[in-house]
Design a protein around this ligand. Structure first.
Ligand code: F6P
Length: 358
């Protein structure tokens, strides 16, 4: 019997989403199954008729794998259990979503998301009694039970390249360059790119810093016959007063941003060194995936379909010890993965003389 599976991408986009959609369609078509792409995450299930498109091999050639973004679209704001309405009130849209899945007559759903999206999808599909398999994606790499999530490697690669590009201009002008990167409350991008890109100082939310600590390192670098310094700051690092820097957008939503500028000003004030700040932002998300993200997406996509074939649901595909495995979605969500301050990478950074400002 032909199985009909639905696939959606939810939460902030990242590189590798199209690669995983492609892998799912290829594997499913080898099994003779149909794949329905749901548009804009759960939004597509609220629309009537549900906003979907049939995905065939013709839709997912290798060029699609190379593309950043998601051909299905995504939604990254608003919890469907309390979805903001234009008049400022909130509405529970969960029944509409469940009804949308029913209308489509799907045998199973593959949800590609981070912890927030997978949590929402898990709750909704459980309530509606629909089989779900999750695939982890997030540039923040903060989902537990998997060593890597789709999108992280590409984001790190972009941040590393940014440091490579900042270095020569820093050296040409005797400057301190501060690079603010994404990561939400986890410092994985800053830590990994900071080591790979030769940073002198890496600031992550998991390790408290002082301005004196940062300044000490920069003075040491500058007095050591080097005329420039590179500093990477993760967006959720707190201010010296202990607050997270957030900016309120016109839609009332708050997002991280601004800590790099503040740290840059403090460095400049304390040292007198000319300092410039770069905020990398969404450049870390919307680009062709690295080969690592393409491989991860391919392996996870194939395994997700195989789990459906085996009748294993409520599982998230994951990457551990060089292979693909699967874990309970709940366990992955519960096991939030911030930077372990005793990890090899933190120890390596310290052993290289990189300062965490502590
Ligand atoms: O969670 C992924 C992420 O890119 C974070 O690193 C960042 O803080 C946030 O999303 C940005 O969200 P938005 O796309 O809504 O600006």
């Amino acid at each position: 019997m032909t199985k009909k599976i639905g696939i959606l991408t939810s939460g902030g986009d990242c590189a590798g989403l199209n690669a995983v959609i492609r892998a799912v369609v290829h594997r499913a078509s080898l099994l003779g199954w149909e794949v329905t792409g749901i548009t804009d995450g759960t939004q597509g299930l609220i629309a009537r008729p549900p906003a979907v498109r049939k995905l065939t091999l013709a839709d997912v050639d290798a060029n699609v794998m190379r593309m950043g973004g998601t051909i299905l679209g995504s939604i990254s704001k608003g919890n469907p259990f309390a979805f903001p309405q234009p008049d400022g009130s909130v509405k529970d849209l969960s029944d509409d979503i469940i009804e949308g899945i029913k209308i489509l007559g799907l045998d199973a759903i593959i949800g590609i998301g981070g912890d927030g999206s997978l949590d929402i999808l898990n709750t909704l599909t459980k309530r509606g009694g629909f089989p779900l398999v999750g695939i982890p994606k997030t540039v923040d790499n903060d989902l537990g039970e998997t060593e890597n999530s789709i999108g992280f490697d590409t984001a790190v690669s972009v941040a590393t390249e940014a440091l490579d590009r900042l270095q020569p201009t820093a050296a040409s002008h005797d400057r301190v360059m501060v690079l603010e990167v994404m990561g939400r409350d986890a410092g994985h991008i800053a830590l990994t790119a900071g080591i790979a890109g030769g940073a002198d100082v890496i600031l992550i939310p998991e390790i408290p810093y002082t301005i004196e600590g940062i300044v000490k390192k920069i003075r040491a670098v500058k007095s050591n016959d080097r005329n420039f310094a590179l500093v990477v700051v993760s967006e959720a690092v707190k201010t010296p007063e202990g607050e997270k820097k957030q900016q309120e957008f016109v839609d009332g939503q708050k997002r991280y941003g601004g800590i790099g500028q503040l740290i840059g000003e403090e460095i400049s004030r304390a040292t007198g060194f000319e300092t410039r700040v770069t905020v990398l932002g969404h450049v870390q998300r919307g680009c062709p995936p690295t080969y690592n993200d393409r491989l991860l997406a391919s392996a996870l996509g194939v395994h997700a379909v195989d789990l459906i074939a085996a009748g294993k649901f409520g599982r998230m595909v994951a990457w551990k010890n060089r292979q693909v495995v699967d874990v309970a979605i709940e366990d992955a969500i519960k096991a939030y993965q911030a930077v372990d301050t005793d990890s090899t990478l933190v120890k390596t950074a310290r052993a290289l003389g990189i300062s965490f400002g502590d």
